[in-house]
Design a protein around this ligand. Structure first.
Ligand code: PFF
Length: 447
């Protein structure tokens, strides 16, 4: 298959915005703040940064190197490294399929909130209201609509679909977030919110769930461990600096998460929502925060609209990266045509998302299993493969457009030692502490 028929990015900025769009999602705007609120504020932020630098960046770099070198979607890319690794590419595509199936459901709730805030239809009892829109017919409808939008963008292709949307929507998202952060700074609870967010409580950090949480959050947020970055990098030509791109992507993703906290913490403190946030993650975002906005009548309606618009933009640019992983694999491996592939896979994913649209417990379970454990596992495998079996070629590819031999050596060293060790530990704890409890909640086993 020629490079032309696979598609390429029009510009480096287009690639960066698309990749940042894939990375910045619901995970940044909510997951990060939630984890920080539970994990010692600034202490969590420091731990998170440490993890992004020592584990996230090396794995992100590995994905970009694999994608650009092979110029192929995950299954063929892993097969190009050695045919015995092809199965890992298949796992990546399956994980992308599974993550999108529930991610699109959450995106649907977000879209519904956006619409209802814009129209002034959110009732004061946000708890009952969220119960109605999050499970059942309404959720199915919003999920299906989100999938159709995602399919249409992917059907448009790399340049005319993904890149065009990212180039327009990402700046809008940045502006919305800056505006929201400025508005949040004017709230009376802002000082207390920042204080909680930025005051380090190091005792919380050394509690084990915080460490696992920071690692899982970083992987999910950076979209690592399932070939999304391999796929996007496979449309890169040329020989620009890969570490430069990795730093830009990880930096933007982290910055957005941080600014997300500057929006949410003042809201939480202004409206006195900390107790609700401690109770549940999703509930806080869709029940407590909207209740706060409603207290402010018209201004709240406006801010609520912008807030959920920002979330929707963040979500859909991530959803398209997930569908692209699946679509590109079928195009490259089976020679299918893009439009047809996008529709077939998108519809199958929409169907696979039905259990999540009918029960929020499915969302929790799939997130723990696929969004945490499988991504960590994928990252572990990528580090081992790149570090031990493919380091010669990987180094050569990295050095195209990158001068520092010392940093290149450090990269391989990290992939061989720190990264796998850290990920193994995290994998163990996330299986025992997230998947098993989520499975019990779903399947109703007594614990
Ligand atoms: N990074 C996205 C977020 O933070 O919401 C989620 C995600 C998107 C994970 C794409 C994995 C992926 F391939």
């Amino acid at each position: 298959m020629s490079a032309v028929s696979r598609g390429t990015w029009k510009s480096n900025t287009g690639f960066i915005l698309a990749a940042v769009g894939g990375a910045v999602g619901l995970g940044n705007l909510w997951g990060f703040s939630y984890s920080a609120s539970q994990g010692g504020g600034a202490a969590f932020v420091v731990l998170y940064l440490f993890f992004v630098l020592s584990v996230g960046l090396p794995v992100l770099t590995a994905e970009l190197v694999i994608g650009r070198h092979t110029g192929q979607s995950p299954i063929r890319a892993m097969g190009a490294i050695a045919s015995r690794w092809k199965w890992l590419g298949v796992v990546f595509v399956a994980v992308g399929f599974g993550i999108l199936s529930f991610y699109s459901v959450i995106m649907g709730w977000t879209g519904r909130m956006l619409l209802d805030f814009a129209l002034g239809w959110v009732p004061s009892d946000t708890g009952t209201y969220f119960g109605q829109i999050s499970e059942g017919g309404d959720a199915v409808f919003a999920h299906a609509l989100g999938m159709i939008l995602t399919i249409l963008i992917i059907a448009g292709g790399v340049q005319h679909g993904i890149e065009r949307v990212a180039v327009v929507l990402m700046p809008v998202l940045f502006l919305l977030l800056i505006g929201l952060a400025i508005w949040a700074a004017t709230l009376s609870g802002a000082g207390a919110g920042y204080g909680f967010y930025l005051k380090p409580d190091f005792s919380a950090v050394f509690r084990q769930p915080t460490v696992t949480g920071a690692a899982g959050q970083a992987f999910f947020s950076l979209s690592l461990g399932m070939g999304a970055m391999i796929t996007y990098a496979s449309y890169l030509g040329g020989k620009g600096s890969i570490p430069g791109k990795a730093v830009a992507i990880a930096g933007a993703d982290t910055l957005v998460a941080f600014v997300g906290g500057m929006v949410t913490f003042p809201i939480i403190f202004h409206f006195d929502l900390l107790a609700d946030v401690n109770e549940s993650t999703i509930g806080a975002l869709f029940i407590a925060v909207p209740r706060g906005f409603l207290e402010m009548s018209f201004a709240g309606r406006l801010v609520g609209t912008f807030f959920f618009l920002a979330l929707y933009i963040a979500a859909i640019t991530s959803a398209i990266s997930l569908l692209e992983v699946c679509t590109s694999a079928f195009i490259d491996s089976l020679g299918w045509e893009r439009k047809k592939t996008a529709w077939i896979l998108g519809i199958l994913i929409a169907i696979a998302g039905m259990p999540s649209a009918l029960s929020t417990e499915w969302v929790g379970f799939l997130f723990a299993l696929l969004g945490q454990v499988f991504l960590i596992f994928g990252g572990l495998m990528l580090a081992l493969i790149t570090g031990y079996f493919w380091s010669g070629t990987a180094l050569e590819e990295l050095r195209r457009g990158f001068d520092s031999a010392a940093l290149a050596t450090l990269w391989i060293w990290l992939l061989r030692t720190v990264v796998p060790l850290a990920l193994l530990v995290v994998l163990y704890f996330s299986i025992s502490q997230t998947v098993i409890p989520a499975a019990k909640a779903l399947f109703g086993a007594s614990s």
